[in-house]
Design a protein around this ligand. Structure first.
Ligand SMILES: Nc1ncnc2c1ncn2[C@@H]1O[C@H](COP(=O)(O)OP(=O)(O)OP(=O)(O)O)[C@@H](O)[C@H]1O
Length: 237
């Protein structure tokens, strides 16, 4: 069963048609980079796909279940990192993770401890109020939270946007060794094409409210003498 099946998804904000019939079928274990210009609708698509935002028409199914009626078990199989972190500002990182641990039937405390240690939450940042953390620290915490329950589907909306180069490298390393190797299906939007080329084998382009092109990076670029950046410019004209 495909973990994500999106059919004819539409979403408008007022008179602005953002999603105009998105069809997107994602096979298990795929690692897909979602590309598109600013404002193309990537965040809107990821939110509608997960049922976090109501769509106007069409459907999205995750692990065979309509996202309008996800059960707890299916929810527990999804990890999501939003573009703007939605953490509880008044808690500390440790309190936040303790709170989420209680909500999930499966929780990989070893992974959480390792990431906290390696990603800079071993010193004072551990017990600081989240509202006082930097943007990059909040993003790291948001990623740790999303990985902690070993989800089978991981959806990341520009996860590295506010990370420094070391943070980006650490994140990509974790994605490659800790996530992709477990056959997790990963969808992530990014504007950093070099990062995408390091981890994603597949890309999908959102343009004009539809997925206009998708496929393996190698096959899309093969024989064209184009870089991914050239392809991006061409497809999103
Ligand atoms: N809540 C909202 N109300 C009104 N318009 C919205 C809302 N959310 C998004 N939009 C509009 O929908 C369009 C798509 O926005 P979205 O954030 O999905 O794009 P994106 O591809 O993720 O962009 P970026 O690459 O800049 O993050 C934009 O024109 C945006 O202004």
């Amino acid at each position: 069963m495909n973990p994500v099946v999106v059919e004819n998804l539409h979403k408008a904000f007022g008179s602005q048609q953002v999603l105009q019939g998105v069809n997107w079928n994602i096979a298990p274990g795929k690692v897909i980079g979602l590309l598109g210009r600013n404002g193309a609708g990537k965040s809107t698509l990821l939110e509608c796909l997960l049922g976090l935002r109501e769509s106007d028409a069409g459907s999205s199914r995750v692990f065979g279940r309509s996202v309008t009626a996800l059960d707890e078990q299916t929810r527990a199989n999804i990890g999501y990192v939003p573009q703007k972190s939605d953490l509880f500002d008044w808690l500390t990182p440790v309190q936040l993770l303790t709170y989420f641990k209680a909500l999930y039937p499966r929780w990989n405390q070893g992974k959480v401890d390792g990431l906290m240690e390696r990603w800079g939450f071993h010193g004072e940042a551990r017990d600081k109020q989240i509202s006082q953390l930097s943007g990059g620290q909040r993003q790291r915490l948001s990623i740790i939270r999303a990985l902690a329950h070993d989800p089978q589907l991981l959806v990341l909306d520009e996860p590295v946007a506010s990370l420094d180069p070391v943070g980006r490298r650490d994140f990509l390393q974790e994605l490659i060794s800790g996530v992709i190797e477990r056959d997790t299906t990963v969808i992530f939007s990014t504007h950093i094409l070099s990062d995408l080329e390091r981890v994603a084998l597949d890309v999908a382009f959102l343009q004009g409210g539809k997925i206009v092109l998708q496929g393996g990076l190698d096959e899309l670029l093969e024989g064209k003498n184009l870089s991914l950046e050239d392809l991006f410019v061409e497809v999103t004209k």
